[in-house]
Each structure stands twice: as C-alpha cells, then as structure tokens.
Design a binder for this molecule. Structure first.
Ligand code: 6PG
Length: 462
C-alpha cells in the first residue's frame, strides 16, 4: 500500500511535464507509461515511482483513485478507459487532459457515470513548458470529481495574483469545449500575426531585421501577450548559415484539428466567426503549393505598390483590434454553446482562466474579463477597451492598402468585415429573402406587419 494521491497515465512530452509539475507541488504521484522507453526515460531522471502495469499503478493509489490520463486524443482514450475499467472501483475518478473532442468527453462522462466512475475532461493549455510550471486548465465533467480533486488541479495551474487559472466550467464537455474555442482563437491570433508580417514583408518590403525590431518593440505595448512575445524569437532565429530560419521553412501549415472543430461548431451553432474561419482555411489552402505556384505565373498582380504612412503605429493598432475581435468571436461561440447545451458556463470565469499559462494569454484578457462581468453583450460594445475608433480607422487603412497592392491577408480583412457587420443596422439580406421568395416561394417576413408573406414577383408568371 503506497497511498499515492494521484497517478499520471502516459509519460509523453505533456504527461511527463504534468507529472513533474504535480511532484514539484508536493503531491504523491504514481506514474504509468505503456512503453518501456517512456518509463526508462523517466526513471533515469530521478527518484520517480514508475509502474509498468496498470494493476500495480491502480493498487498504489488511495481510494477513491484519481488517474490523470495524458494520452493521444481520440480512440486511445477509449482504449485506456476500457483497460482501466475492470480494475477501478465505484467512485474512482478519471481525468482526460488531452485535446479531446467535447462530444467524446460528453459520451465518456455519461457512459462512465453509469458505471459509477467520475470523469473530468480538462483542457490543458500552455505546451510542454506550461504543463511543467503551470498551465491554464479548463475543467468540465463530474462536479463531484471536481469537488474531490479540484484542489490538486488548481495547484498545478498558473496563477494571476491569488487566482488559479483553473476552474470548473460546467458538466460534460464544457471544459474541452472552452479549450477547443481557445484553440480556434489561437489559430486566428497566429494567422493575424502572419498577415501583419505579410504586410510588412510583401507589401512594404521591410527588411527581416526591421520586421523583427518592430515585433520586438510591440512586446511592451497594448499588444503584449504570449504570441507577440514569441514572434521576435521565431523571427530572430538564424539557421546554421546565419540566415533567418523562418525564410527556409516550407509554407505549408500543419494542424491537429481543433481549429476545424471550432469552425464546425460555429456552423452548427450558427455563430459568425469569420476570423477563425479564415485562419483555419489559411492552413488548408497553404497545402496546395502547386496551385499557388501556377497561379503566381498566370493571374495578374496588382499594379499599385503599397503606401502606408506611419505604418508601424497603424499596423499595431490594426492588430490590436484584430486580437479583440478574435476573442469576441470565440466568446460569442462559447456563449451560444453554453445556452444550447445547457452548461451554464460562467463566461467571465472561463475567459479569466486564459490570463496566464495558456497560448492566447495577453494583457487584453483582464479587460475582456471585466467587460464580460459588466455585460454579456459582444465585447466590442464594451467601454473596457476605451474608444475603438482609432483602431478601426487604422485597420481600414491597412486593409485598403493590402487590397490595392494585392497582398493576400484574408484573416486580417475578415476583422474589419466583422466589425462593420456588427455596426450594420439593416443588412442586405432583405434582397436574399426577396430572391428566395421569387424563385422558390420560400416566403419572407415584413418589418411593418407580422406573419409570413409570399409575392408573385414576375409579371405574368404564376
Ligand atoms: C495549447 C495549444 C496546444 C496545441 C494545439 C494546436 O493550448 O497548449 O493549443 O494544445 O498547440 O494542439 O495544435 P495545431 O496547431 O497543431 O492544431
């Protein structure tokens, strides 16, 4: 009987970091790795208790057992659960810390509850380093499990002042949903940085050195945040020959799928997230290099060179509004999902978990949390960010300059479209309704009377 408080199942990069994090916080932690290589790598690093069978690992735990699974999302999670189930007891707790799809988490939660096992789906953000020193953790699933072991998760997490960036957000897949949206916003923010880089490089023809210096200066402005912090690091890295490494990286982006899930969900919920959408499609479109290479020979380029006075300030302002709009789209999606799925997610709380530890952490999140505490309206309407007028003007000028000069930055341009849609009192879909009714008798509603109407639009036609 070793009475370990918690076990970490899976000693890959993230599992190892989380295990070390738990141990450093003083929790008696049992470790389990399926592969011998994983176990040996760990054992040679210090005085760790690494089990080679699931039975031994489970037996070493205090009751109720708490097992933190950090394995590849997807069917592997189901296989691990299946292999653990026969050796668990009613009341035991399974935690899934991977990037699982929230619907899988929902299914697992309900299926395990029938067997008396409590399940938590935890979105963990912060990469390898965050997992080691303090990630952001978005928790969903069994409230009873959270009440029992939430204090352990809290101590693993990053902190802002006295608040942990870890909390319970709702039943079933609520935690993994919030993590999925976090990743959708992450895609948008990354692509917006890339678009801004494109304006500097392909539009304004700044040197690599100049671009790196601008991003370095922005670290200490209202743009401050993790992704802005690491951009000059990535730009400043040289290859062995002394040339910028970034210029040798193939322009084909990879993805593991969470951005696409966000988009699929946005469509399912009917929530407009054009910036997340463009950022996801930028990665898909990047894959077809041949099309782009042919297109660059066949399609005519713009004839005007880019002009943008005071470009450093304008690009900073444009990017600032773009970041706010990226958060706004993700938050709107979480709100709708929470209503539709009945999760009752506390939005200011969910967003406050992103203030530290995660990839999309930024200075803006303090104001966004404040805005959401004051009102659950779209955060663009909040006074928390001051007057957005100057920023939208800058974004208009930058966007117009890119269109004129033919620099493709659809993610950036989607931001100004979103902003303008949000301020469009009367949309042009009145014509959409008219056309639908004309060709298909789909009917329309009127502003001056209630009901559903059909008109014979074309004279002489039935
Ligand atoms: C995090 C990250 C992490 C990872 C994503 C995105 O919050 O720590 O979001 O989960 O970077 O899986 O990966 P892709 O860009 O490969 O989709």
């Amino acid at each position: 009987m070793m009475n370990f408080e918690i076990a970490v199942y899976g000693l890959g990069v993230m599992g190892s970091s989380l295990a070390k994090n738990l141990i450093s916080k003083g929790f008696r932690t049992a470790l389990f790795g399926k592969s011998q290589a994983e176990r040996e790598r760990f054992e040679t690093q210090g005085d760790y208790t690494v089990f080679s069978t699931e039975e031994e690992m489970v037996k070493s735990l205090k009751s109720p057992r708490v097992i933190f699974m950090m394995v590849t999302a997807g069917s592997v999670v189901d296989h691990v659960i299946e292999s653990l189930l026969p050796i668990l007891e009613k009341g035991d707790i399974l935690i899934d810390g991977g990037n699982s799809h929230f619907k899988d988490t929902q299914r697992r939660c309900n299926a395990l509850l029938e067997k008396g096992i409590h399940f938590l789906g935890v979105g963990v953000s912060g990469g390898e380093k965050g997992a080691l020193i303090g990630p952001s953790m978005m928790v969903g699933g069994s409230k009873e499990a959270w009440n029992f072991c939430g204090h352990i998760l809290e101590k693993m997490a990053a902190k802002v002042d006295d608040e942990y960036c870890c909390n319970y957000l709702g039943k079933e897949g609520a935690g993994h949903y919030v993590k999925m949206v976090h990743n959708g916003i992450e895609y948008a923010m990354i692509q917006l940085i890339a678009d801004t880089y494109s304006v500097m490089k392909r539009g304004l023809h700044l040197t690599h050195q100049e671009i790196t210096e601008i991003f370095t200066r922005w670290k200490n402005t209202e743009l401050n945040g993790y992704l802005i912090d690491i951009t000059p690091e990535v730009l400043g890295k040289n290859d062995a020959d002394g040339q910028p490494l970034i210029e040798k990286i193939l322009d084909v982006a990879q993805q593991k799928g969470t951005g696409s899930w966000t988009l699929e969900e946005a469509i399912a919920r009917g929530v407009y997230v054009p910036t997340i959408c463009e950022s996801v499609f930028a990665r898909y479109f990047s894959v077809d290099r041949q099309l782009r290479q042919e297109g660059s020979q066949i399609l005519k380029a713009a004839t005007k060179a880019m002009t943008l006075e005071n470009y450093e300030e304008k690009l900073k302002d444009a990017l600032y509004l773009s970041m706010i709009v990226s958060y706004a789209q993700g938050i709107a999606l979480m709100k709708k999902a929470s209503d539709d799925y009945g999760w009752e997610i506390d939005l200011p709380l969910a967003v406050s978990l992103w203030r530290e530890g995660c990839i999309i952490r930024s200075g803006l999140l303090k104001d966004i949390t404040k805005a959401l505490k004051e009102s659950d309206k779209n955060i663009l309407f909040s006074k928390s960010f001051g007057d957005l007028g100057k920023y939208q003007q800058a974004l208009r000028e930058v966007s117009a300059a890119t269109v004129e000069a033919g620099v493709a930055v659809p993610t950036m341009i989607s931001v100004i479209s979103y902003y303008d849609y949000c301020r469009t009192e009367k949309m042009n879909v009145d014509i959409v309704q008219g056309l639908r009714d004309c060709f298909g008798a789909h009917t329309y509603e009127r502003i001056d009377m209630a009901g559903s109407f059909h008109t014979d639009w074309v004279e002489g036609e039935e």
